[in-house]
Design a protein around this ligand. Structure first.
Ligand code: C2O
Ligand code: CU
Ligand code: CU
Length: 445
């Protein structure tokens, strides 16, 4: 779906669907019958109207991840609930200076988010470039993971897996098992990679083939940077430039140690359970054969991203992401929560305001982690500039909308609460943690 004359209008329906994954038919949930859902292509300044019809048997809603749109419109509203059988009309407008890049959409109904994403509800949003980037072709690559049982249903995670953040056994790209991409030597491709996994961190490496990082989450780097590998957190997007070199190359997701539950609940069964510490996963093959093509012109440099350092900071806060014994709530699976997932000791309450900020202000947030597991922290609407990480100052201005706060570590970010007022949220993008309570509200007034 592409916008015309500044407007994109479309219908989206969430419904159960049998989806072919590899050689199996799997009972999943889909937007308009496909996993991923349709790609939405818009430009800065566009208005988007979506009629969302919910044909699931559970409540849902729609969130446009990473878009800088008003929380007073409904495009970014995680508080809306669209009940089964209902239709909801969304409308929002991107500011004329909205950063280009790769974004995505997914449901955000608290308590159902991890289940609905793991079942297949997500899709890409592409915001058009300001100036064109010379490439032979562009590909949108949405990575997700799932575990299928012997009868073709998705396995439901037990409480332990939810606390760890579920990771599917099968990692797929656009719903395909290890797809094969073909190119000729010398061709330049732009890959827009979205990590739509509910919990899995992706450390991407393309063997025998160089890749350049063009964008991480939003906007683009001033100059594309050669990278041997890149970590894509749940919710992050990267744009990679890949220049075809003769041969067969594999894009792999290497293991990432994102911590575990060591020491929680007095140790015991918790000790030693570390998700993500498994073998590398092959995501796709990049097959470069045929006669070489002429080299494309170089990628033009972009203006350096904004740097908030040097602007007056009007507010400072500390937010601690923690896990503690005795979460009182019922888990979405129906069992009693054994562990609470909290921010500053509190579980999510949509009626409480956790961060009350002045519209237009720049704030410095210190995100700390008092637990033995990493938490990739996401703030809606307003992107974060990472200024300090692991005790070190970050040299270049680096903007992301999901930032990893490592186990027992901390990260300092600057946020400009520009353009909009209204209420939104920040949360761990390990979506099981979000559903278990690790989410807070922010209000710009
Ligand atoms: Cu990708 Cu609050 O979500
Ligand atoms: Cu989001
Ligand atoms: Cu988390």
């Amino acid at each position: 779906f592409t916008s015309h004359d500044g407007l994109l209008e479309l219908d989206l329906e969430t419904a159960p669907e049998r989806i072919r994954i590899g050689d199996r038919e799997v009972s999943m949930l889909a937007f308009n019958g496909s996993v991923p859902g349709p790609t939405l292509r818009v430009a800065p300044g566009d208005t988007v109207r979506v009629r969302l019809r919910n044909s699931l048997d559970a409540p849902t809603n729609l969130h446009v991840h990473g878009l800088h749109v008003s929380p007073e419109d409904n495009g970014d509203n995680p508080f809306i609930s669209v009940d089964p059988g209902q239709t909801f009309a969304y409308e929002f407008t991107l500011p004329a200076d909205h950063p280009p890049g790769t974004y995505w959409y997914h449901p955000h109904r608290h308590g159902y988010v991890a289940d609905q994403l793991a079942a297949g509800l997500f899709g890409a949003i592409v915001v058009a470039d300001l100036e064109s980037i010379p490439v032979t072709r562009e590909r949108v690559l949405v990575v997700s993971d799932l575990t299928v049982d012997s009868s073709g249903n998705l396995a439901s995670p037990d409480l332990m897996e939810q606390m760890m953040g579920r990771e599917g056994e099968l990692v797929v790209v656009n719903g395909q098992v290890r797809p094969r991409l073909a190119a000729a030597p010398g061709e330049r491709e732009r890959w827009r990679v979205i990590n739509a996994c509910t919990s899995r961190f992706l450390r991407l490496q393309l063997n025998g083939q160089s890749m350049q990082l063009l964008s991480l989450d939003l906007g683009r780097l001033a100059v594309p940077r050669e990278v041997p590998e890149v970590v894509v957190l749940p919710g992050n997007r990267v744009e990679l430039l890949v220049e075809g070199q003769e041969g067969s190359h594999t894009l792999a997701a290497l293991p990432v140690d994102r911590g575990g539950m060591d020491g929680m609940m007095g140790g015991g069964m918790m000790n030693g359970s570390r998700p993500g510490a498994s073998a590398p996963v092959e995501l796709l093959t990049f097959q470069v054969t045929g006669s070489p093509v002429d080299a494309l012109p170089p990628v033009p440099a972009a203006p350096a991203p904004r740097d908030l350092r040097g602007e007056p900071v009007e507010g400072r806060r500390r937010l601690d992401f923690g896990m503690a014994m005795g979460g009182g709530r019922m888990g979405p699976g129906g069992g009693p929560g054994m562990m609470a997932f909290t921010i500053n000791g509190q579980e999510f309450d949509p009626d409480r305001i956790d961060a009350d900020v002045a519209g237009g202000a720049v704030e410095e947030w210190t995100l700390t982690n008092s637990s033995p597991m990493d938490h990739p922290v996401h703030l809606h609407v307003w992107p974060m500039q990472i200024v300090e990480e692991g005790g070190r100052t970050v040299a270049e201005p680096r903007w992301q909308d999901v930032v990893n706060v490592p186990a027992f570590g901390e990260v300092k970010v600057l946020i400009a609460f520009d353009d909009f007022t209204g209420r939104s949220v920040f949360h761990c993008h390990i979506l099981d943690h979000e559903d278990l309570g690790m989410m807070g509200t922010v209000r710009a007034r």
